[in-house]
Design a binder for this molecule. Structure first.
Ligand SMILES: CSC[C@@H](O)[C@@H](O)C(=O)COP(=O)(O)O
Length: 335
């Protein structure tokens, strides 16, 4: 089933609540506070979706302001609240900034720009997905492939289609997917709850594996390629993605397996020179310590909960965007 993850309905933003998937629950966001809270709680999540959400969030701020006497300064203050709701995925601030120039023209102009930006996400994902699939066919030959992915970089992490799963979907169109291994992706299980749901809907053969199993599967020759998304790509090609991505890249490099990052141009951040300069979101320790309402560690034991890690450019076989193929491991730089 092809659905749009975020839409504008009667002056509100309507989105899928990604915290309760695989249960499908739609949520209507009517105020900027609700919107910012939804981003912080990962109701709305995934880098490309956060880009569209940034733009639609400003449209919501403008619509709300329009109801009480339009105030562009207030809209700009709200825009900053939205842009800073989460720090790592650069797409969020990018999406906000794309529509800021329209704020002085009024709420309708912001909305039109935001909807255009959201629609462009689907087109971009189809293009980068095809580019990634063609690259893997060229590297590995036309044979059915076993792919490994981490977190969720499918349609639900985007407005539609998906980035890493966009590559998988293009390979599926070519009849070349033998298996998809999806890391469960602790602590919040985006792999089990979201990626597996999407793979099942697409009719793709798949297995969920614990995050710690990935490197071993790769070492045992069970994986032909690793394909992941990204939340921010520094100018030198270092890639920030969901925590647990870096170990897959290490294992892939050791095994000589391609490690492909699929992301739209909006995830590239020329202003950040290298991965060390990327702010890594630190989240609530209880996301690690409490599973399904039950505390797994003794009272008094704390946790470190970085939401992302950084894979150095030399481990990245290729970055595919809607416009180009970049080979960081061969010394090519995105910016
Ligand atoms: C679809 S692009 C890749 C990422 O956004 C995805 O893998 C990811 O790390 C999302 O993290 P999340 O914390 O769920 O927003």
């Amino acid at each position: 089933m092809e659905r749009t993850t975020i839409t504008w309905v009667d002056g509100h933003v309507e989105t899928i609540d990604q915290t309760v998937l695989p249960e499908l629950r739609l949520l209507r966001l009517s105020t900027v506070d609700e919107f910012v809270d939804a981003i912080k709680r990962l109701v709305i999540r995934g880098a490309p979706l956060l880009g569209a959400a940034g733009a639609l969030g400003v449209a919501l701020a403008a619509a709300v302001s329009g109801r009480v006497g339009y105030d562009p300064e207030q809209v700009r203050r709200d825009a900053e609240l939205i842009a800073s709701a989460r720090p790592t995925a650069v797409n969020l601030r990018w999406g906000v900034e794309q529509v800021l120039p329209f704020v002085d023209e009024g709420a309708d102009a912001v909305l039109v720009a935001a909807l255009d930006l959201a629609a462009a996400d689907v087109t971009a994902n189809k293009q980068l997905g095809r580019r990634g699939a063609d690259f893997l066919r060229e590297q590995l030959g036309d044979r059915p492939l076993a792919l490994h992915t981490h977190c969720n970089a499918g349609a639900l992490a985007c407005v539609g289609w998906g980035t890493a799963l966009g590559v998988v979907r293009s390979l599926q169109e070519d009849g070349l997917v033998r298996m998809v291994f999806a890391d469960e992706t602790r602590p919040l299980f985006q792999g089990s709850r979201i990626t597996a749901t999407e793979l099942a809907e697409l009719g793709l053969p798949h297995r969920v594996v614990v995050d710690g199993a990935g490197a071993g599967l790769i070492a045992r020759g069970m994986v032909d390629a690793v394909v992941v998304g990204a939340d921010r790509i520094a100018a030198n090609g270092d890639v920030a993605n969901k925590v647990g991505t870096y170990p897959l890249a290490l294992a892939a490099a050791r095994a000589g397996v391609p490690f492909v990052v699929a992301a739209p141009e909006s995830t590239l951040d020329p202003a950040t020179p290298e991965g060390a300069a990327i702010e890594i979101e630190e989240r609530d320790p209880d996301e690690v310590l409490v599973v399904g309402g039950r505390r797994m560690a003794p009272a008094g034991t704390g946790a470190v909960n970085p939401a992302f890690d950084v894979t150095p450019a030399d481990l990245v076989t290729a970055i595919v965007t809607e416009r180009r193929l970049i080979r960081p491991a061969l010394g090519e730089r995105p910016s």
